[in-house]
Design a protein around this ligand. Structure first.
Ligand code: ADP
Ligand code: G6P
Length: 478
């Protein structure tokens, strides 16, 4: 499909642009799970992607990526960046939807910026989408877009997917613009959430706002309908997102050799524990370091026999809570190495950078234990990526029960990241289990690997798009 009959719109494009001092423009993959998941889907459909190119004040002409995706950059000014992106999206909605891990800020100026930028995105999409096209709107930054687009282009079939959690109606009720946001979302023919609990929260909220809600929530299907107030209805369902599992699992001899060398550099006989996250306060990086430190302190783990590698992608770096999270994490890394490392042999290896997918897969493969400990996460693709890279059934996953992935990866060592003792126990059980119960661990990994391979991002996209197509056809038939 190259005629713009399938359009995805997300705040971010899959690549960010950088301009060198001599004016040369380069592109690099942009951060986050949304981009990781949608890139293979768009390449398969040869679709069109409308989004922001990651820099302020610049929107290059549309162009096609090597993978065949047509990119339509949307410009954000400095004021948009501060009010819409840093402000309303990431200092209001992000903490509110992640259950108030930090306190959301409610600013009327940011709300205005959010409305204006949603309107701009809607105008861009209305201009590029072919007659009768399917438009798939992504994530919390663009929740007003379905409603605006419905007005501008009633011919379109519009889907919306929320990549992050949807909070309980009691929390959502804090938002001064709660009615407008719900109305915006209901412009979509279907609204997808990661988990049934998220979808139920939305259905309950709609009920409290006096809208008619029928049916009960299902996974990978539409079981609930909410009246949209204009004679239409929107379908609600849970669609757990996933990864391009076959590509992730396909480790070449060079990858396997690279993984082995990486492990050898860290210490052939040492147990390597890995964390891979955007540097975000939702991810629980500091708490996992504390758990590790306490296990070293009590002698439950021996610093000569284990080490922890933490890769942290820079994220939203101007926001206060992100800055304090970074300094807390980096202080802990320094302290733990000062206490338990030796010259030339740190016990925590920390890198504040992103790495390319080839290198990342080698890290996943070489890691004996993966630590995924968010306080709250819509899904968490890192957990699924690790499992996909362990088709040989090696390794162990320590996983927060508050990650969406915990509903599927039930064979992980699950823990409560708010409870340091629970994290310590899960980590210690995983490390000890590798030595003492290798068969049990292999069985656990096998079950998780099979699940991830059978529930990949293709399944996610195809089930969502099938439901959307049916809902769009039903609306037109009415
Ligand atoms: P989020 O979307 O909140 O960042 P996810 O775990 O769902 O969390 O997705 C993160 C994505 O970013 C994954 O695809 C992961 O591979 C990638 N990623 C995270 N940290 C790094 C890193 N340091 N280097 C490269 N990729 C990373
Ligand atoms: C999460 C969000 C995405 C976002 C990504 C990176 O995955 O769900 O919408 O794009 O984080 O965050 P950023 O603010 O850099 O776009």
């Amino acid at each position: 499909m190259s005629d713009n009959s399938f359009v995805v719109v997300a705040n971010r494009l899959p690549v960010d642009t950088h301009t060198a001092p001599d004016g040369t423009r380069t592109w690099a993959p942009s951060p986050g799970g949304l981009v990781s998941a949608l890139t293979p889907v768009l390449e398969k459909h040869q679709g069109c992607w409308v989004g922001w190119p990651g820099v302020v004040g610049d929107a290059p002409e549309p162009f096609r990526t090597e993978g065949g995706v047509l990119l339509h950059p949307v410009k954000l000014t400095q004021a948009d960046f501060e009010g819409f992106y840093e402000g309303f999206s990431n200092a209001t909605l992000w903490p509110l939807y992640h259950d108030l891990i930090v306190t959301p800020i409610y600013s009327r100026d940011w709300w205005q910026a959010y409305r204006e930028v949603n309107l701009r995105f809607a105008n861009e999409v209305a201009a590029v989408a072919a007659p009768g096209a399917t438009v798939w709107v992504q994530d919390y930054q663009l929740q007003l877009l379905p409603g605006i687009l419905r007005q501008l282009r009633p011919d379109l079939t519009i889907g919306f997917f929320l990549h992050i959690p949807f909070p309980s109606p009691d929390l959502f009720a804090q938002l001064p613009w709660r009615t407008e946001l719900v109305r915006g979302l209901l412009g979509a023919d279907i609204i997808g959430f990661q988990l049934e609990s998220n979808a139920r929260n939305f259905a309950e909220l709609a009920r409290r706002q006096g809208l008619e809600v029928t049916g009960s929530v299902r996974t990978r299907g539409i079981g609930t309908w909410v009246s949209a107030g204009d004679g239409r209805r929107s379908g609600i369902g849970a669609f757990p997102i996933s990864i391009a599992a076959a590509a992730m699992a396909d480790l070449t001899p060079a990858d396997l050799g690279g993984a082995e060398r990486l492990h050898a550099e860290l210490g052939k006989e040492r147990t390597v524990i890995l964390g891979v996250d955007r540097l975000d306060y939702t991810k629980g990086i500091h708490q996992r370091l504390i758990a590790f430190e306490e296990l070293l302190e009590t002698g439950a783990l021996d610093p000569d026999q284990v080490c922890l590698v933490q890769l942290a992608t820079p994220s939203r770096e101007r926001l206060e809570h992100y800055r304090t999270t970074r300094s807390t994490v980096e202080e802990a890394v320094g302290r733990i190495n000062g206490r338990f490392g030796r010259i030339g042999q740190p016990v925590v290896h920390y890198q504040h950078t992103s790495v390319n997918k080839t290198i990342l897969r080698r890290y996943y493969r070489m890691a004996d234990v993966m630590l995924v400990t968010p306080f709250k996460d819509g899904m968490n693709l890192v957990a699924k990526e690790y499992v996909a890279c362990h088709g040989d059934n090696s390794g162990a996953l320590v996983l927060s029960e508050f990650a969406g992935a915990a509903a599927e990866l039930t064979q992980a060592y699950q823990c409560n990241p708010f409870d340091i003792e629970s994290m310590k126990k899960a980590l210690r059980d995983a490390v000890v289990g590798l030595k003492q119960q290798p068969d049990v661990l292999a069985q656990r990994m096998r079950a998780m690997h099979e699940h991830v391979m059978a529930h990949d991002v293709d399944l996610w996209a195809s089930t969502f798009l099938e439901c959307l197509s049916t809902a769009g056809a039903d609306r037109q038939a009415q």
